[in-house]
Design a protein around this ligand. Structure first.
Ligand SMILES: O=C(O)c1cccc(C(=O)CC[C@H]2O[C@@H](n3cnc4c(=O)[nH]cnc43)[C@H](O)[C@@H]2O)c1
Length: 231
């Protein structure tokens, strides 16, 4: 018996795009933006690089080779003042584990300099460029720049200045990107990080975090992502 084209199409399982957030509110914002597009799977990993790496690696391993073609870290983030304003989007061109290294009397030394691996993972910059352009066309403020991953949310002006001068192009900090990227890299998959800015990086002021506004931006960015990834 021969199958017609529509039967065949329906029976082929295409590799999906795995989107990892930290918390359920971020996952729900992304899902609203994607409007039921079944090319994407969206999961919440938990807060911090360790939870993010373990959750992502477990999902990828259980799904098996060929189940996914791209991994995206998405969520809210702090923005460096003058580089990424509240409500804007940062699309990572590089995911950097900013606290992976050693303090020395001469200052922080990256794990790369110490000879113990790398604190940098390159994003899928071609996709990031297309997404950033499409975000601009949709009227959203967006920049393509490095996103830092830290285990501790920055809470002082001094730490914010130190990070900004150590990574001059960094536009945002969050807590999961490098963990998710490390898991994706170990499975040979490309990675992207998309962050909606909820707060300025600097002296801790939780009341000033604009989480609702950032989640709305994240939803809008997810709708644009769905259009950018055509097939
Ligand atoms: O309270 C809520 O309703 C709520 C909704 C969505 C997310 C949250 C979070 O607190 C998520 C924490 C998450 O946010 C990232 N984040 C945001 N700002 C920063 C920052 O300045 N520095 C580092 N990380 C930041 C981070 O990735 C956390 O996982 C609450």
């Amino acid at each position: 018996m021969s199958l017609n084209a529509s039967h065949t199409d329906r029976n082929i399982t295409q590799p999906k795009i795995l989107i990892m957030t930290a918390v359920d509110a971020e996952r729900d914002a992304v899902l609203r933006g994607l409007r039921g597009d079944n090319r994407f799977e969206v999961r919440a990993a938990g807060v911090g690089p360790a939870a993010a790496a373990v959750s992502t690696a477990t999902i990828l391993a259980l799904a098996g080779e060929g189940a996914y073609r791209l991994v995206i870290c998405a969520g809210i983030a702090g923005g460096f003042v003058g580089r990424a304003a509240i409500g804007s989007i940062v699309v990572a061109d590089e995911l950097i584990a900013a606290d992976l290294g050693a303090e020395t009397p001469e200052g922080f030394r990256r794990v790369d300099e110490l000879g113990f691996g790398s604190a940098h993972i390159a994003a899928d910059t071609a996709l990031g460029e297309r997404l950033t352009e499409a975000l601009h066309l949709a009227g959203l403020a967006a920049v393509q720049a490095p996103v830092l991953t830290l285990s501790t949310v920055t809470g002082t002006a001094a730490t914010a200045e130190e990070l900004a001068s150590r990574v001059p192009r960094a536009a945002a900090e969050a807590m999961e990107g490098f963990g998710i990227a490390a898991a994706a890299q170990s499975h040979g998959l490309p990675v992207l990080e998309i962050r909606a800015i909820s707060n300025a990086i600097g002296p801790r002021d939780r009341d000033a975090w604009r989480i609702k506004e950032a989640l709305q931006s994240l939803e809008a960015a997810s709708a644009v992502l769905m259009e950018v990834i055509k097939s």
